[in-house]
Design a protein around this ligand. Structure first.
Ligand code: ZN
Length: 134
């Protein structure tokens, strides 16, 4: 698998509006885009630090995966995304090595990137996203 860096860290929050001031006013990062990902029932806000982004995730409905995550675990780190050369090839490789997948095929995520998730049961509890242009 050819991974280059941590593309982003996804953080589940109750309210982007509330969380934003911490990232902007305390950490001094700048929110450069917000986006609704309708099929995931989330609103996202992105901040950049070096090559890595912070992705805030807020549920837009009660049956959103983010709402379920917060109900179970509270606000906090939701997933880590690695920048992958080729998301589909990486998913295939992970599966061949016995990792349980959430996505067998990549799909379109925020910022128009291809994304695919590995199952936290196979990744020591850390929901893992692979993310790239291919
Ligand atoms: Zn993500």
């Amino acid at each position: 698998m050819n991974l280059s860096h941590i593309e982003h860290i996804g953080i589940a929050v109750n309210s982007i509006e509330e969380a934003k001031s911490y990232f902007e006013d305390v950490l001094g990062l700048k929110c450069y885009t917000t986006e609704k990902v309708t099929d995931q029932k989330v609103k996202t806000a992105f901040f950049k630090i070096g090559k890595t982004k912070i992705e805030l995730l807020e549920a837009t409905s009660e049956d959103s995966p983010i709402a379920k995550f917060i109900a179970k675990k509270g606000q906090g780190i939701h997933h880590i995304a690695f920048a992958a050369d080729d998301v589909n090839a990486s998913l295939k490789e992970a599966e061949e090595k016995g990792i349980k997948l959430i996505d067998k095929q990549s799909r379109k995520g925020a910022e128009g990137l291809n994304i695919g998730f590995l199952h936290p049961k196979s990744t020591f509890g850390v929901l893992t996203e692979l993310c790239g242009t291919k």
